[in-house]
Write a protein of this length. Structure first.
Length: 256
């Protein structure tokens, strides 16, 4: 039998070709073999919501804490001194603060808006870039908590006495009573007019009271807009108080 021999160089070429085919097959196998689906990449957490401007909580003025809180006592003394009053008001709050009276919380901003709406004004509050009310646009409100035995006339009278005492004037306890002949005194006319610029707020019902004569102890407060009330009082020369005229709507002050 004749054997056919293959030259060495040819056998080497064949071997290299076979090896090349095997490598190519292995490469193709790994490249195209179906693989396990890749686990989905975890979703990026949504960015934290930016805290809205103006979300800083308002300062809280707790009436019950006043006797034992030196910082609050100092603040109230400073504000009362600014308006020349003392014991006739329990607290003076800014329109960006909250007042806590027992279990009741009074937002002064909400109270301010309600007062403006009651008076037919636009309830607006200019804000700065930080969302907070502009300092020059804040309003101050004096609050007196109604006590047992109070009536609106006497509450106003005590405020008037308090104010003029700081001016060096002592108002007699009966100065609000009518003069001989039944004519109202200047103090009486001023007190009657004050009913038009005061607000009675029911803490339980969270609304203003229409009947100013029904004031319940510890459940109602008397609210004064300090700017409005004291800009009026600052114009009064007590020596001429009996020259004041009041027609039921308008208060006429003597020019000198």
């Amino acid at each position: 039998m004749n054997e056919t021999s293959v030259p060495r160089t040819r056998r080497t070429g064949i071997t290299l070709a076979v090896v090349g085919l095997v490598v190519a097959a292995i490469f193709a196998l790994f490249r195209y073999w179906p693989s396990e689906p890749a686990a989905p990449a975890p979703e990026a957490a949504p960015p934290a919501a930016a805290e809205p401007a103006g979300s800083q909580p308002p300062r809280v003025l707790a009436l019950e804490s006043l006797p034992g809180d030196p910082e609050l006592k100092s603040l109230m003394a400073e504000r009362k001194d600014q308006f020349n009053v003392d014991e006739s008001l329990d607290i003076i709050a800014r329109s960006d603060e909250e007042v806590h009276i027992g279990e009741h919380v009074v937002s002064m901003r909400e109270l301010q808006e309600q007062i403006k709406l009651r008076q037919g004004d636009i309830a607006e509050q200019p804000l700065g870039a930080d969302g907070q009310p502009l300092p020059g646009k804040l309003e101050m409100f004096g609050i007196y908590v109604v006590q047992s035995g109070d009536n609106l006339w006497n509450i106003h009278f005590r405020l008037l006495q308090d104010y003029f005492r700081h001016q060096g004037v002592q108002i007699a306890p009966r100065a609000d009573e009518p003069r001989d002949g039944g004519m109202s005194s200047g103090v009486g006319k001023l007190l009657k007019f004050s009913e038009n610029i005061v607000h009675i707020y029911n803490l339980k019902e969270k609304q203003f009271s229409a009947d100013l004569n029904l004031i319940e102890p510890r459940s109602k407060i008397v609210v004064y807009n300090m700017t409005h009330v004291f800009s009026l009082l600052d114009q009064i020369d007590y020596r001429n108080i009996d020259r004041i005229q009041f027609d039921g709507d308008t208060l006429w002050l003597p020019s000198s």
